[in-house]
Design a protein around this ligand. Structure first.
Ligand code: HEM
Length: 364
């Protein structure tokens, strides 16, 4: 079975992008998701080492730390009759991608930006759909003078200030000779060797490529936008729908708790990579949730062979979060699958918040 990301990221038969991508280009420009041909190849080659298994193992500890904060923050919702968990999930997913891929820990000021960021990408999706449905708005020269075009410009300005801060933050760190981030990266036909004193982030590869003259500041910006969006929105969506489904299916939820008990016994320790590999039933639940509620419901590409679904970074993040959450809390139903109304977008969006109820399982 080939994994969707491997297929999309490595297979040249799948990288012809559809015309709908034009409407998200004002935002994501020509990053990995929207670029094609030689540019796509060059970027793909540059960024692949950031998702090598060794690096994912490094990312796990960061995700774990953010997950502990996430589970702790949920404490304030215990026994509330209904809770909208989306803001907690979004903070967790955004913090995780910023700290792993961008090497930047969001501070308190940036944290409040999480909500603004979420609202901004929701609005950009809506503008893109609005434009895609009106053929007369296709030319940029017309669209930019419309009310929607002006609103989009304003949202993009806000997003770029956040993105530039993330990049500057890491650039300063990277250029400081006292911070020895990576001693060596060798990618000989994907046989990647990474050694170094500090964790390597995707952004480090981009900053090194800038020094080597392979990419410029605009190129870095478009990849950071692409990965911040791709790396948080999809996992946040999956986490939210999986929690809703589990709240409505106590049998599956208890089976997951049993699986965790078998792995951890009475220990309160956090999950390591080998524990995650044992979470077979959790993996099935996550995949079933993605089948029912695919975070990116439509693919706008020319694909010449079958593709299947799954992804290592996201699966690791989702397993860490869901196992930690279920060991601590019981999820009870409020929103039912039939209550959900979807909103037309490039990604899966809902009209009303999803509510669940949280109960403490055991004293932590
Ligand atoms: C549940 C989690 C995820 C799902 C369901 C998912 C799904 C997808 C899908 C369907 C595409 C193809 C989009 C298209 O061509 O229209 C895609 C592309 C992409 N995703 Fe994900 N994704 C997930 C998580 C992630 C994460 C965690 C990252 C980064 C850390 C990421 C980065 C990307 C990138 C860069 C592309 C563009 C690849 C290319 O065109 O070469 N995704 N994803």
């Amino acid at each position: 079975m080939q994994n969707l990301h491997n297929t999309l990221i490595t297979d040249t038969k799948c990288n012809t992008k559809g015309f709908l991508y034009e409407f998200i280009k004002p935002w994501l420009k020509e990053g990995l998701l929207t670029s094609k041909d030689s540019k796509w190849h060059q970027r793909k080659k540059l960024l692949t080492p950031a998702f090598h298994l060794n690096v994912l193992t490094n990312y796990k500890s960061i995700i774990e730390e953010n997950c502990q904060k996430f589970v702790e923050n949920l404490k304030e919702l215990i026994n509330e009759p209904k809770s909208d968990i989306a803001p907690y999930i979004n903070d967790f997913a955004l913090n995780s991608i910023c700290e792993t891929a961008m090497g930047t820990k969001l501070d308190d000021e940036d944290n409040s930006f999480g909500k603004i960021y979420k609202k901004a990408i929701y609005e950009l999706g809506q503008y893109a759909v609005y434009r895609a449905q009106r053929v007369w708005l296709y030319p940029n020269i017309i669209f930019k003078f419309t009310d929607t075009g002006r609103k989009q410009e304003c949202v993009l300005k806000n997003l770029s200030s956040f993105r530039d801060r993330v990049i500057e933050n890491r650039r300063n760190y990277y250029n400081n000779p006292n911070n020895n981030i990576i001693d060596e990266i060798n990618d000989k036909e994907n046989n990647v060797e990474i050694s170094g004193k500090k964790k390597m982030a995707l952004l480090d590869l981009l900053l090194q490529a800038e020094k080597d003259g392979v990419i410029d500041a605009n190129g870095i910006g478009e990849e950071v936008d692409t990965f911040m969006f791709g790396g948080h929105d999809t996992s946040a969506n999956t986490l939210q729908f999986t929690m809703m489904l589990l709240a409505n299916n106590q049998y599956a939820q208890e089976k997951l708790v049993k699986e965790c008990n078998e792995i951890f016994g009475s220990s309160k320790r956090s999950a390591d990579i080998s524990d995650l590999a044992q979470m077979k039933y959790l993996e099935c639940c996550i995949k079933e949730s993605m089948r029912l509620y695919p975070p990116l419901p439509s693919l706008n590409r020319t694909v010449k062979q079958e593709i299947t679904l799954g992804q290592k970074f996201a699966m690791m993040e989702l397993k860490v979060a869901l196992s930690a959450l279920l060991r601590r809390y019981r999820l009870l139903p409020v929103t039912k699958p039939n209550d959900i109304i979807f909103v037309m977008d490039f990604v899966l969006r809902i009209k009303e918040p999803i509510y669940v109820k949280l109960e403490l399982r055991s004293e932590a």
